[in-house]
Design a protein around this ligand. Structure first.
Ligand SMILES: O=C(O)c1ccccc1N[C@@H]1O[C@H](COP(=O)(O)O)[C@@H](O)[C@H]1O
Length: 224
């Protein structure tokens, strides 16, 4: 099985093209003004059209956004997925799924085992979970902080949960993260950047190669 990869925080046509050439699978666009990756809706609409034409699924990443903001994003960008990266409740998540008819990925900040208990009320509502690390003290960002958590915590999930692993992933640690967690989908943002908000194509290439290599190792390992 090929590990699904989401490259998040894309903001240029060239980065979208590179993600597509690498068969990343998913492209994420950030709507959070304090983020160095924030894109205006107009820009996101153009980039998403380009991504769709290159067979990438597009993800609108939002944080506790109101209906007016979401209406505009959904109407103009036409994302394939909505990522809710704030404190959206199960009711709000269900309401947004019904309002837009889109699959929803709900993000959770993880530091310890008890943090995983939060997913229970979202089961049957969120189409996918996304596990990120808790932001460091003083950070303005709920995600995109380049911080990882203890991947062993995910090994306790029963396998039924569909989730993406994120938080501080890089070419150097993603193989180990996949092996330890058992994740089948990964999400990267700052780990493929040369400076906040600036995607580095060499780092994107190396990250995707590391994910694919980890898959090959796992498969050859299982035949032994
Ligand atoms: O990337 C951002 O700036 C961002 C802002 C607001 C909400 C989410 C954001 N990014 C998400 O953070 C994780 C992990 O990022 P990183 O690889 O540790 O830098 C990822 O899911 C992004 O979608």
């Amino acid at each position: 099985m090929t590990t699904e990869i989401k490259i998040c925080g894309l903001s240029t046509a060239e980065a979208v093209d590179r993600a597509a050439e690498l068969n990343a699978g998913m492209a994420g666009f950030i709507f959070f003004e304090k983020s160095p990756r924030h894109v205006a809706v107009d820009t996101a609409a153009k980039l998403a059209e380009r991504a769709r034409a290159r067979d990438l699924k597009t993800v609108a990443v939002t944080v506790n956004m109101d209906d007016a903001g979401l209406d505009e994003i959904v109407k103009r960008m036409k994302p394939d997925w909505l990522q809710l990266h704030g404190g959206e409740s199960p009711d709000r998540t269900a309401e947004l799924k019904a309002r837009y008819g889109l699959p929803v990925m709900k993000a959770f900040a993880i530091r310890e085992a008890a943090d995983l208990d939060c997913i229970g009320p979202y089961e049957g509502i969120a189409d996918r979970f996304l596990f990120d690390a808790k932001p460091p003290k003083g950070s303005d960002l709920p995600g995109g902080n380049g911080v990882s958590f203890d991947w062993r915590l995910l090994a306790t999930l029963d396998g039924a949960a569909s989730y993406m692993l994120s938080g501080g992933l890089t070419k150097d640690n993603v193989g180990e993260a996949l092996r330890i967690s058992g994740a089948t989908m990964v999400d990267v943002s700052s780990g493929v950047e040369s400076a906040p908000g600036v995607k580095d194509f060499g780092m994107m290439d190396a990250f995707v190669r590391a994910v694919r290599d980890a898959g090959l190792t796992a498969r050859s390992g299982s035949q032994e």
